[in-house]
Design a binder for this molecule. Structure first.
Ligand code: NI
Length: 242
């Protein structure tokens, strides 16, 4: 995926031949700031977008996954567990720096509807604080463990400033534990504006990702964050998507 930013920079260079080439090509951080980052380079109203999401991390293989995503220019969304953020803060910092979206997946992965209000809030708040401490920004998205939720859970997440994100397709990669099967399931579930649930704590998912990303791109998908799918609309706290 070549960004519109690169085309713009090349065109600018062509229009200003009198300047030395290095003077007309801004450094990558400046270009990202100028164009509003990766989200501005893909318009999901015009092209076929798909959001890959990874839950339960960061784990031992998450660094490998981040390298795959960086090499292929793909942005993803990670729903992190607070206790894992505490264990692997450097990976969380890297996720944010490399343009991925970070969501809250609770501190310890309980089934939230079975808990008291205060317990739910503690799970959410501790994770918000852990992410904010590392990245400087608390998540605006939340995904309930096991997808188990209700109006009360959604409202309590809303109180912490988060919208609830579910999925259009779940891979059950944690159960399959097989690269070929995971690849086949994702390709079957992929559809325009879809949200695919996977786990970066499943080594087979991380291992199959280079080939899978290549195939999804071949099929015309632009792989973006959940927020990029929304084409600029911001989810309201407490809202559920999709
Ligand atoms: Ni989970």
């Amino acid at each position: 995926m070549f960004s519109r930013g690169l085309v713009t920079a090349a065109m600018t260079a062509a229009l200003l031949p009198a300047f030395p080439a290095h003077a007309t090509l801004p450094a990558p951080p400046a270009r990202a700031a100028l164009h509003g980052g990766a989200a501005a380079t893909v318009d999901c109203a015009k092209v076929k977008c798909l959001a890959l999401t990874f839950d339960d991390g960061p784990g031992a293989a998450t660094g490998t996954l981040l390298t795959t995503l960086r090499k292929s220019g793909v942005k993803a969304t990670f729903f992190l567990m607070g206790k894992h953020v505490e264990e692997r803060p450097a990976l969380v910092k890297r996720m944010a720096a490399e343009g991925h979206e970070i969501g809250n997946h609770t501190w310890s992965h309980p089934s939230l509807p079975t808990l008291f209000d205060e317990e739910i809030t503690t799970e959410l708040k501790a994770t918000q604080d852990a992410v904010a401490q590392v990245t400087g920004r608390a998540p605006r998205l939340f995904r309930p463990p096991y997808g188990q939720t209700d109006d009360r859970v959604a409202a309590l997440a809303g109180d912490e400033g988060m919208a609830q994100v579910l999925w259009t397709g779940t891979t059950l990669d944690w159960k399959l534990r097989d690269e070929k099967k995971i690849r086949a399931v994702v390709l079957k579930l992929a559809r325009r504006d879809g949200v695919i649930l996977m786990h970066d704590v499943v080594p087979q998912t991380v291992r199959v990702m280079p080939a899978l990303v290549k195939e999804l791109k071949k099929r015309g998908y632009h792989l973006v964050t959940v927020s990029a799918l929304l084409q600029g609309r911001r989810l309201a706290p407490g809202e559920t998507y999709p």
